[in-house]
Structures are given as structure tokens and as C-alpha cells.
Design a protein around this ligand. Structure first.
Ligand code: GDP
Length: 445
């Protein structure tokens, strides 16, 4: 699921990476690419339109942050908007104040309701609940048996008409199950209702009746994410016919384009609460819009890094430092270096900060970043007076000895730091001169 969308978005972001600043033309081109990517993924047209116009509006608005480069800015905006169309906050299951909590599952035949009843049962068991699965799908002869097997695997209770007692009345079964649950101390009742191959009035009527008589705390619409746009239409029909509280997406492990998943919450205005991604009982989880969005963007922890950079970043200070470093607006001193280093360290331990960059997790150098070494550099700079930090040229032998003592290091450590700093500064300044007129670089003046 989402593979093509992921690839397309990644290509779009990559083309932005080399840009120093976003022009209106860049924003238009990016918006166009994102629009194509979403349409190809089978996302509902009205959702695409709204999405793209929000991206354009935000990308050209004043909110652009100086902490992030253009590609990071766009990734962040696309991520925020994805989270929003996927429903925003994670919506957790609501339990009844007075047990049992009643959950009704509705949806088309083959959507995965019976399988889901088992998965939900197993998940609830894990949370310390005592679930009862109720077979109110008496349409399909095997449905009752299938639910019985599921209950056994999930170690949940089962309430079903006995075989041989005729088909029974699903509405009656559902209604009676509540008393049974109370009697046998089950605190969550999961009612598996009948589905048809398509939406029909009889199915809707039955679901309405069951809902009216059992008053579920949650009516969950279960839908196969692989059926594409039909998922959205079916969801609308169920929302109008029965009224639903949330959506469960199944078969997210399929290789479909995933657009249904991206459209459904926004189109029907109901949250996606759970996602099912396989045939095993454990292939199931709470649906987190934010995690799904970052999975679609394929950005790993990049987004966390972007957020932390924004929080830790002091734009004005950095701009001044960059200008100095490139040879304008006064000499770049160790005081500036210390300030920069602290901004980065505010984001967390260095190995973690760098480790969050995509592809960085397997880079040896990063796992070997020695935090103590960095602490030592900080200690040396802190042992200097402001005048020494601003101009390392005044560091004579006795000053260096005093600094080494203050930082608890050898004089040669101080020498090494100063030499490396002077070297690095020289290199940056000659780069600044090679690139006159670059924004933030003083070389052109
Ligand atoms: P119901 O008619 O709505 O009760 O649907 P079932 O629970 O009987 O599921 C229909 C088919 O889909 C069964 O073969 C299930 O094993 C399969 N299925 C259900 N959920 C998933 C899922 O998340 N991934 C995959 N790959 N198959 C699933």
C-alpha cells in the first residue's frame, strides 16, 4: 500500500532539496506534482483539491520557517496536511461507564468483519478486558463457525445460536447477548453483523434494528481498503443508513494504491480507529494518523528532527553567525561556535540527532560520536574569557595553560581545538568569497 505515492512524493521533495529559496513557480510545480501523486494513488478528487490548495496556501504564506530548508518546509506542510486528512488526533475506543461496552461491526460481506471481531477480541484481552463475540451474522452459514474459531483463538467468549436450532433471528441474538454478557461478566460485547455483497435495504434495516435495540457505544464500519473509491461510497451509505462512529480499515497489507484510506476520514467526517494488515490475529493496531502520514512520506524520524530543529532554533542568532562565518559582519569566534553547538545539542544527544537523518542509522561515524569529546570541547570554550572566545589570536601560552586547568584537560587539547577551529574558519571564509551574493553569506559585501 502507498508505494507509488511514497516514490512520487520522495521524488518531488528531492527536486526541492537543492533550492535555496522557494519561488512561486517552485511552489506551483510542487503542488502539481503532489496533485498527480494523490490522484494516481486514487485519492478522492475533492480531497485532493482541498489538500493541494492548503499546501499552496501554506507554502506561499508567511509561516515559512527559517529553521528549515525548502524541502524540509514542504515535507512538514505535506505531513501536517496528511495527518489532518487522516483524521488528526488518534481516536481511541470509548468504553461505557457501566459495562458492558457494546461494539457493533457493520460492513459489506468479505470486508473482514468476522476476522476483525477476533482481532479486536484478542487485542481487548491483552488490555485486560473480557470480550464476548456475538454471532449476529446468520446470513452466511459458515459465519457462525468462523466466529467460533476466532473466539477460540482470541480466548474470548462466544455467543451464538446453537447449530441445528434453525437459523435464528440475528436481531434477537444481538439483543439477548447483552444480558448474557452481564450475567457472565463479559465487559465488552462485539457484535458481528451480516453483510451483503452490495449495499441493500434489508441489510441496512437489520443493522438499524440491531443498533436501536443494543445501543452500541461504538458502531464501527469495517471496510476493505483494497476496494478503492467504492470504500468511500459504501462508507457514506452506512453513515447515512445506520450512522457510524468510526472506521476500521482492513487489508492494508494489500498492494492497492491506498487512496481510499486517504479519503475516507475526510469525506465522511469520521475517524479511522483501527487498521488491519494481515490474516494473523496480531496483524491489527490502533490507527495513528501521524504515524500513517510519516509512513506515507517515508521520512522515518526526519519529521521529529524537523520539529526539534524548529523548536531549538533561534533564527536571528544563526543568521548572524552564518554571516560572520562566511567572512562578513565581524569575525566568527569561539563564542559563536559555542552558541551554534548549543542549538544543535538542544535537540538531544548528538548521535540521536544525526541518527534521525534518513539513511543515517547505519552510518558508523554516527554511532561513534563521542558525547564526552563534545563535552570537553564545550568545557574548554567555557573556560575562556569573552575576549578570548571572540578572538583566539590573543591566546598566548599562559592563557592556554589557565584554560586547560579550568577545563581539566591538557594544554595540547586546547591547542588542538584552537588550531582546528582556525583551520575550519579559514575554509568557510574562502568558500564565502567564492559564493558572493548568496543569502546569509557576507562574501558579496
Ligand atoms: P466478513 O465477511 O466481513 O466477516 O469478512 P471475513 O472476516 O470473513 O474476511 C474475508 C476474507 O478477508 C477472509 O479470507 C480473511 O482472512 C481476509 N482478511 C480479513 N482481514 C484481512 C487483512 O487485514 N489482510 C488480509 N490480507 N486479509 C484479510
Amino acid at each position: 500500500m502507498f508505494d507509488t505515492l511514497q516514490d512520487r512524493l520522495a521524488a518531488t521533495f528531492k527536486s526541492l532539496r537543492s533550492k535555496g529559496r522557494l519561488t512561486d513557480a517552485d511552489i506551483d510545480a510542487t503542488a502539481r506534482e503532489i496533485r498527480i501523486a494523490l490522484l494516481e494513488a486514487d485519492v478522492n478528487l475533492s480531497v485532493v483539491k482541498e489538500f493541494v490548495s492548503r499546501i499552496k496556501e501554506r507554502a506561499s504564506g508567511a509561516e515559512l520557517s527559517r529553521a528549515l530548508n525548502p524541502s524540509q518546509q514542504i515535507i512538514k506542510i505535506v505531513n501536517d496536511e496528511l495527518v489532518s486528512i487522516l483524521g488528526g488526533e488518534t481516536r481511541l475506543l470509548r468504553y461505557a461507564k457501566q459495562p458492558p461496552t457494546i461494539i457493533m461491526l457493520a460492513g459489506l460481506q468479505g470486508a473482514g468483519k468476522t476476522t476483525l471481531a477476533g482481532k479486536l477480541g484478542a487485542w481487548l484481552k491483552e488490555q485486560g478486558h473480557s470480550p464476548l463475540l456475538v454471532a449476529a451474522d446468520l446470513q452466511r452459514p459458515q459465519a457462525v463457525e468462523q466466529l467460533r474459531v476466532m473466539a477460540e483463538r482470541a480466548k474470548a467468549g462466544i455467543y451464538a445460536p446453537q447449530p441445528g436450532n434453525g437459523v435464528g433471528d440475528p436481531i434477537q441474538v444481538a439483543q439477548n447477548s447483552i444480558d448474557y454478557a452481564k450475567h457472565h461478566l463479559f465487559d465488552v460485547v462485539i457484535i458481528d453483523t451480516a453483510g451483503r455483497l452490495g449495499v441493500d435495504t434489508e441489510m441496512m434495516r437489520q443493522a438499524q434494528m440491531i443498533k436501536a435495540l443494543t445501543k452500541p457505544d461504538e458502531t464501527l464500519f469495517v471496510v476493505d481498503a483494497m476496494i478503492g473509491q467504492d470504500a468511500v461510497n459504501t462508507a457514506l451509505a452506512f453513515e447515512q443508513g445506520v450512522g457510524i462512529d468510526g472506521v476500521v480499515l482492513t487489508k492494508l497489507d494489500g498492494d492497492a494504491r491506498g487512496g481510499a484510506a486517504l479519503s475516507i476520514a475526510r469525506v465522511i467526517g469520521k475517524p479511522i480507529m483501527f487498521a488491519s494488515n494481515g490474516e494473523k490475529l496480531t496483524d491489527f493496531d490502533i490507527f495513528h494518523p501521524d504515524r500513517m502520514a510519516s509512513r506515507i512520506l517515508g521520512m522515518g524520524d526526519m519529521l521529529t528532527l524537523i520539529e526539534q530543529a524548529e523548536k531549538a532554533f533561534d533564527a536571528e542568532e544563526s543568521a548572524k553567525a552564518a554571516e560572520k562565518l562566511m567572512g562578513g559582519g565581524g569575525q566568527f569566534g569561539l563564542d559563536d561556535f559555542l552558541a551554534q553547538m548549543q542549538q544543535i545539542r538542544k535537540m538531544g544527544p548528538l548521535s540521536k540527532v544525526f541518527g534521525m537523518l534518513p539513511g543515517a542509522s547505519n552510518m558508523k561515524a554516527i554511532s561513534e560520536i563521542d558525547e564526552k569529546q563534545v563535552d570537553r570541547v564545550e568545557a574548554i570554550i567555557r573556560s575562556m574569557t569573552p575576549a578570548e572566545r571572540a578572538d583566539v589570536g590573543i591566546l598566548n601560552g599562559s592563557r592556554r595553560a589557565r584554560i586547560a586547568r579550568g577545563a581539566g584537560v591538557e594544554v595540547r587539547d586546547v591547542n588542538e581545538l584552537v588550531n582546528r577551529f582556525v583551520e575550519a574558519r579559514k575554509m568557510m571564509q574562502s568558500m564565502g568569497q567564492m559564493m558572493p551574493g548568496m543569502p546569509g553569506m557576507g562574501g558579496g559585501r
